[in-house]
Write a protein that binds this ligand. Structure first.
Ligand SMILES: Nc1ncnc2c1ncn2[C@@H]1O[C@H](COP(=O)(O)OP(=O)(O)O)[C@@H](O)[C@H]1O
Ligand SMILES: [Mg+2]
Length: 247
């Protein structure tokens, strides 16, 4: 009999971050995300979600522990680590005076993808739900949701094995949110390892294979989809937040 083990693609190991001003934003947090898995990190403002994601991207350095992408510690070999991950930030930073196509072309090339055609860009933008009429319009006229979609198209075109998303549904209306969930599920089914932070309990339960609850820099609960079956995630969330405060 052979056993196949899927090596986790994203690993936080004893990940700890104390900012220069003394704030302990992340306190000994460990979790993994495997290919074909969506991990939803829940938690209120200031819980440490963005800090965790920023450590994977080496935007900041860990005080202790490490964040690894495909086995590579981000703070040791940032270029190699970052080549294996696509990132969609809460506040998409694209070029307002470029069109959607020009933006995806620019950022795809920046990620080293030089063989895409205009048709590939159109397909990627259609896939994330950006209507054809918008493809050649400048981003400055776009809603937050449309900009977010363009950012996700760029992430898809990078074709990295891991995707990190920080509050990706915050600017989306309910219809766009639903489309977004379907897109994440497709990417998961293609074998991507996906880590997203969110406030949105409903979407987290809908889409995640693993849910982690963060509170004051600690991972206070982690459960698989099966373990959450039939559970009221909102009640659990409230209980874990309250429990931590009292304890
Ligand atoms: N650059 C920084 N310098 C100092 N403290 C920070 C910095 N970024 C975040 N923090 C603090 O770290 C904690 C966690 O923040 P963050 O990771 O942004 O949480 P979340 O994304 O869950 O809202 C908060 O107390 C926040 O004020
Ligand atoms: Mg945040």
């Amino acid at each position: 009999m052979t056993t196949t083990t899927t090596q986790p693609l994203l690993e936080a190991e004893h990940l700890t971050k104390r900012y220069e001003d003394g704030v302990l934003a992340l306190d000994n947090v460990s979790f993994t995300v495997s290919p074909g898995q969506i991990y939803a990190m829940l938690g209120g403002n200031g819980a440490g979600k963005s800090t965790a994601i920023n450590l994977f991207l080496n935007f900041i350095e860990p005080t202790d522990g490490e964040a690894r992408i495909d086995g590579i510690a981000s703070h040791r070999d940032p270029l190699a680590a970052k080549a294996r991950v696509a990132y969609v930030s809460e506040q998409v930073r694209l070029y307002p005076s470029f069109t959607a196509i020009q933006n995806v072309d620019f950022f795809a090339r920046l990620a080293g993808k030089t063989s895409y055609t205009r048709e590939d860009y159109r397909q990627a933008l259609l896939r994330v739900g950006l209507q054809p009429e918008a493809h050649d319009k400048r981003l400055k006229g776009f809603s937050k949701g449309m900009q977010q979609k363009t950012g996700i198209a760029i992430a898809i075109l990078k074709d990295a094995p891991a995707i990190l998303l920080d509050e990706p549904t915050s600017g989306l209306d309910p219809k766009a949110g639903r489309e977004f969930v379907r897109l994440l599920q497709d990417l998961r089914d293609e074998g991507k390892a996906i880590l997203m932070s969110t406030h949105d309990l409903f979407r987290a339960k809908e889409v995640a294979d693993m849910v982690g609850i963060m509170n004051q820099g600690r991972l206070v609960m982690q459960r698989t989809r099966d373990e959450l079956h039939g559970e009221d995630l909102e009640a659990l969330y409230v209980r874990y937040m309250a429990g931590y405060m009292e304890g």
